[in-house]
Design a protein around this ligand. Structure first.
Ligand code: DAH
Length: 345
């Protein structure tokens, strides 16, 4: 019994000392294992109670259990202290100031050209046109020949393009999709073709890649009046109010007659001789158009004696420039962050 009591006193003393110097929850856990764990000192003593003479067991057992409770209480008290100290240390280093304003996410947005393109598409879809697409890498047949532009036609000069090694080329306009659509769907037909086109051109008002939106309507008894009505309706919708328009005679190999459409300057209506938008002319040139040439219908597999139609091609980049008052086309394609997110240029 004496030896047991001596051992108990010994453990108590050692344990309390070590507890005082335990500074972290890990060292506390180590202590718990050392004394109370499966092979802990106290546990082993409790197990060896059976070796004592029966009359000594109750007193020794009670003393050991008291020590066990004491140790548990001390560990618990110490662990609260350590946890609080650890919390405080963490707060000091991982400090989060919840009163700071959030960093913000920034807004994504559609590119001005895409916005303009989508507006144009919506307007024509509202008039019953379907949207068609074609390849940007074209062949000579669709880009030129089927559009009534034979190999040595001077009109090819206006559309100097990029040729690929395999004889194909980057399309110079969206008109080749007219031919593809006619061959695919036949007449009657009502399509618009938005897309990218390419030419060897680069200055303030030309970019080697730019956008076009083509339109084609084929049916029986289509007239120039239909073309005018359709395009005037479009102009009123895109600029927000009906605008005067005029059609000037022009030339495109794939239309006959060919016209260029000008609209009244939406900024000054011709009343400001120093208008930045129309340069004082009062008119804005917005598209080329005309009645589809019979040869083109034939190339598209459509009988020109039964059907006729009109077509137009316009530049959404130019429409975007007009709408947003830009003077240099190139800003549209430079990817300037502030410009693209509406921060101005
Ligand atoms: N393809 C012509 C160009 O790129 C634009 C054009 C003019 C298209 C008249 C047409 C049209 O469909 O009828 O310059």
């Amino acid at each position: 019994m004496e030896t047991i009591n001596a051992k108990i006193a010994n453990i108590r003393e050692n344990m309390m000392q070590e507890l005082d110097s335990a500074g972290s929850s890990e060292s506390l856990q180590a202590l718990r294992v050392r004394y109370l764990g499966k092979r802990g000192e106290l546990t082993q003593m409790l197990r060896s109670l059976g070796n004592l003479p029966p009359e000594k067991r109750p007193a020794a057992g009670q003393a050991l259990n008291e020590l066990r409770q004491e140790i548990e209480a001390a560990l618990e008290a110490r662990s609260l202290l350590i946890a609080r100290a650890e919390d405080e240390a963490r707060e000091a280093t991982d400090f989060v100031d919840v009163t700071l304003p959030p960093r913000g996410r920034g807004w994504g947005g559609f590119h001005p050209v895409v916005q303009t393109m989508n507006e144009i598409i919506d307007i024509f879809v509202g008039m019953g046109f379907s949207v068609a697409y074609g390849p940007e890498i074209e062949d000579d047949f669709h880009n030129f020949e089927a559009l009534n532009i034979p190999p040595h036609h001077p009109a090819r000069d206006m559309q100097d393009t990029f040729y690929l090694d395999n004889g194909r080329l980057l399309r110079t306009h969206t008109s080749p999709v007219e031919v593809r659509a006619m061959l695919r769907w036949g007449a009657p037909l009502r399509i618009i073709v938005p897309g990218k086109v390419y030419r060897r051109d680069s200055d303030q008002t030309h970019s080697p890649m730019f956008h076009q939106l083509e339109g084609l309507l084929i049916d029986e008894d289509v007239s120039l009046a239909d073309l005018k009505g359709c395009l005037n309706t479009f102009v009123g919708a895109i600029f927000g109010r009906p605008l005067d328009s005029r059609f000037r005679a022009s030339y495109f190999p794939f239309t006959e007659p060919s016209l260029e459409m000008d609209v009244e300057c939406f900024a000054c209506s011709g009343r400001n001789p120093s208008c930045r938008i129309c340069k004082g002319t009062g008119w804005l040139e917005i598209l080329g158009c005309g009645m589809t040439h019979p040869n083109v219908l034939r190339y598209g597999g459509i009988d020109p004696d039964r059907y006729n139609g009109f077509a137009w091609g316009m530049g959404p980049d130019r429409v975007a420039m007009l709408k947003y008052g830009l003077t240099d086309l190139r800003v549209l394609f430079e990817g300037h962050g502030s410009f693209l997110t509406g921060g101005g240029y």
